[in-house]
Design a protein around this ligand. Structure first.
Ligand code: T4K
Length: 379
């Protein structure tokens, strides 16, 4: 059996020489942070790639989480924020760390994004914003969320950590809502080692965000706001510049992995694959699969163990739901989000990354199918 472990993802990196060439000028300038040349260049390139109005519509930050936390802070919100519990810790923590109250909306059983039919029922006179997540790169119902937000005069901040480079009918996802944040973490489709960005519509909000990421400093003699430090440094920006050159190629390779999974797992009873949204240009960030034990013939735990025996480490993104975190000491309940609970108990993200070869994808599919009577002959 293969000795090498197959993990849920593997960081995409440029050739070492390419990165060395990109960072070499930093040894001449000795300017390695505080919005230097690489930061400015990367910001402009990124705005173009993401199809934003221009570089002034986005800011670069130290990671996805701080992009989200400081974006909420820059909006000066108070009260309740409607969000989803089917997400990474960051989404809920960004709300709570701003002194805001998360209100959990259930999710759609197909896209796993916020179920908009439940949204209006959760709005109170304390609601100030909606924070939906384009989870796994599945795009939320942006039209319905926009309609409801306008009706009740609520802010909308999208957690687009998983949706880098995606488009809906040709519009870059960073253009939706009042703001959207991206994560450029090592585990993402596109990385800057650690990093993130916030895209926004209101330049005044953008200026407050800039203050929050750079101590409110406006020159050697002027500090006009109380901010933190969440700037992207020059080495991370340089990594972004390199990785952006190869991103389309990387996404194409991921697409081939996605297609192989679909070819092998299509039509298996009790196995639900990531949905396809016809209007979305996808990035193939994740390959989530939902197992219905009754119909498939094996539980999520059994599939997980079968993969593990073959040194394949799938991940239970996202389990537990954030409204089940012990950090909240039972304050929130997952029985108010039964669909999210159902999905969270059955989901497994199978490995997907640009360099994953199709033979290994076949091995993974064989292992999954071997758990079910439907694939019982495959060992
Ligand atoms: N919103 C959402 C919806 C998010 O999913 C995230 C992050 C955020 C906001 C916040 O963005 P950041 O502040 O992180 O930029 C990982 C990531 O750390 C996290 O970025 C990501 N979501 C989350 C879904 O996944 P873990 O705890 O699962 O990571 P870890 O260390 O177990 O890594 C997973 C796999 O990735 C490893 O098995 C192998 C591979 N890997 C990992 C690292 C660190 C690499 O190939 N290279 C690496 O350097 O959280």
């Amino acid at each position: 059996m293969r000795e090498q472990q197959i993990l849920v993802t593997r960081t995409s990196m440029p050739a070492m020489e390419e990165y060395m060439k990109e960072i070499a000028p930093l040894w001449d300038s000795h300017w390695i942070t505080n919005m230097g040349v690489k930061h400015r260049e990367f910001r402009a390139l990124l705005a173009e790639y993401l199809k934003l109005k221009g570089p002034e519509s986005l800011d670069l930050l130290v990671n996805g989480h701080m992009s989200l936390e400081l974006t909420l802070q820059a909006m000066d919100l108070q009260g309740e924020v409607i969000t989803t519990p089917f997400t990474f810790a960051s989404t809920t923590h960004a709300i709570v760390r701003n002194g805001l109250e998360p209100v959990f909306c259930d999710i759609d059983p197909v896209t796993f994004t916020m179920d908009c039919s439940r949204l209006e029922g959760l709005i109170t006179d304390r609601t100030c914003a909606i924070l939906p997540v384009h989870v796994f790169g599945n795009i939320c119902n942006i039209n319905e969320i926009g309609r409801i937000a306008r009706k009740y005069e609520l802010k909308v901040v999208y957690d687009a950590a998983h949706a880098f480079g995606e488009e809906v009918n040709g519009t870059g996802v960073g253009n939706f809502g009042d703001a959207s944040i991206f994560s450029f973490h090592a585990t993402k489709v596109f990385n800057t080692i650690e990093g993130g960005a916030s895209c926004f519509q209101d330049p005044e909000m953008g200026a407050r965000l800039y203050d929050l990421k750079n101590f409110g400093i406006h020159g050697p003699d002027e500090v006009s706001a109380v901010g933190a430090n969440a700037k992207m440094n020059e080495f991370c920006a340089a990594m972004g510049i390199c990785n952006l050159r190869h991103i389309d190629e990387e996404i194409e390779k991921r697409k081939a992995v996605d297609e192989r999974y679909r070819l092998r797992l299509e039509g298996i009873n009790g196995l639900q694959m990531k949905c396809i949204q016809a209007e979305v240009k996808q990035n193939y960030a994740y390959f989530p699969v939902l197992f219905d034990e009754g119909e498939f013939g094996a539980s999520r735990a059994e599939v997980f163990a079968a993969l593990e025996r073959r040194h394949v480490f799938a991940r239970k993104y996202f389990h537990p739901l954030t409204n089940r975190f012990s950090a909240f000491h039972g304050k929130y309940k997952d029985d108010e989000t039964p669909v999210a609970r159902h999905v969270s108990q059955r989901i497994l993200c199978l490995p997907i990354y640009a360099d994953l070869d199709l033979e290994t994808v076949d091995e993974i599919c064989d292992a999954v199918l071997s758990c079910s009577e439907q694939g019982g002959l495959i060992m």
